[in-house]
Write a new protein. Structure first.
Length: 202
């Protein structure tokens, strides 16, 4: 629990003043991401050959680097791949839908974020059951626009930070999910990246 408490505090602190998580979904996103003021980066594209270089550049820019293992090419969805990310690539954390990966990452000392896809009440119930079992450091609800509808239920069942991801395309969406209790939003929207960067100038 001590490691989880520390990890939860790390995520919460990083997102307190910079709630927009910049998501890299194509190679062309890297340079713009490095110029943003975001504290956390999600890597949603890449392969075993590009991971090290991207990770080093993101971390050199003072940002926490999270890799979505499920989307990486050339890496298996297993314990050894998690060890590779932790010990060789030296990422700060991982994002995944898989409970076995969450638990393997916890053993390697990585910060863990588990994705929860909510399509209906059944998927929400199943997701809550899975999250209770794996106990990640935070959960990412997709699509993020459902957060206002499901946050009450999540708060009743799970005491973990919630990140909204997917279909958050404008400032109204962003403010809505934050007002309903999400601590951050993961997005590839450069409009929202720019909004966050400009907040520090005001």
């Amino acid at each position: 629990m001590k490691n989880q408490d520390t990890n939860v505090k790390t995520i919460s602190y990083a997102l307190k003043s910079k709630p927009v998580i910049t998501s890299i979904v194509s190679d062309s996103d890297l340079e713009p991401v490095l110029r943003t003021t975001s504290n956390i980066v999600f890597l949603l594209t890449g392969n075993i050959f590009t991971l090290k270089g991207i990770t080093e550049r993101v971390q050199d820019a003072g940002k926490l680097m999270f890799v979505h293992l499920d989307l990486m090419e050339g890496l298996g969805k297993d314990t050894e791949s998690v060890r590779y990310l932790a010990e060789i690539i030296k990422v700060d954390g991982i994002v995944t839908t898989r409970s076995n990966i969450i638990m393997a990452a916890q053993k390697c000392g990585l910060i863990t974020i588990q994705r929860l896809f909510v399509f209906d009440s059944v998927s929400l119930d199943n997701g809550i059951r899975i999250i209770k079992s794996s106990r990640p450091d935070a959960i990412e609800v997709l699509p993020g626009i459902v957060v206002p509808r499901v946050m009450g239920r999540l708060r009743q069942e799970i005491d973990l930070p919630v990140i909204a991801g997917g279909l958050i395309s404008d400032l109204d969406d962003l403010k809505c999910v934050l007002d309903h209790g999400a601590i951050g939003v993961s997005t590839s929207s450069k409009v929202l990246w720019k909004w966050q960067d400009e907040q520090g100038k005001n």
